[in-house]
Design a protein around this ligand. Structure first.
Ligand SMILES: [Zn+2]
Length: 184
């Protein structure tokens, strides 16, 4: 599954998955689910860079007869803000907080996160197509998010999802995208 931004459109942002017809083709393998999540994160990172408020901490959508719910990118950030005690460890080779390298059509970012509370380190890794607007920043932010998410115990994530999923906190939009895995 590859979603390319429209050629010649230099201000285009890949819309969040429910409105992105390209992603409708995705069927139910975990990897594809992961990619959908990544796309949503990319869209939120870019929206935030443009000063738009990305207020959705939790997202959910239907996958067959299951509802998949998870922390969105702003939700991970908010959870970490509440938690504190986290540092980014500069890269050994380039001394930057975000190591970003090119790999074919992609940028690959690695961020090392230090959990100061438990004195343990995690790597956050991501890739981003070079054609995505602000690809460098998107790759770095996704890597950071992937690393930070590892600090959050599943139990805590479940509690936050519960808290942030209360009807008043979430817009009442239902995911428009259907499970197309039955399609021949
Ligand atoms: Zn480096």
């Amino acid at each position: 599954m590859t979603v390319e931004p429209s050629k010649g459109v230099n201000v285009g942002v890949t819309p969040a998955p429910p409105h992105n017809r390209e992603t409708d083709r995705a069927s139910g393998t975990p990897l594809e689910l992961l990619l959908l999540t990544e796309e949503r994160d990319e869209a939120q990172i870019v929206a935030e860079m443009r000063g738009e408020i990305a207020e959705t901490y939790v997202y959910s959508f239907q996958q067959g007869n299951r509802t998949i719910t998870n922390l969105a990118y702003p939700g991970v950030k908010e959870a970490i803000r509440r938690r504190g005690n986290v540092a980014i460890v500069p890269c050994d080779c380039c001394k930057k907080a975000y190591h970003v390298e090119e790999s074919g059509d992609d940028l690959r970012a690695i961020v090392k996160i230090h959990d100061l509370k438990n004195n343990v380190q995690f790597l956050g890794v991501s890739t981003c197509k070079k054609t995505v607007p602000f690809a460098y920043v998107v790759a770095a932010n996704k890597a950071e998010r992937n690393g930070l998410r590892k600090l959050l115990p599943e139990k805590e994530i479940a509690l936050l999802i519960k808290e942030w999923s209360k009807p008043s906190k979430q817009p009442a939009t239902q995911p428009a995208w259907k499970d197309t895995s039955q399609r021949p």
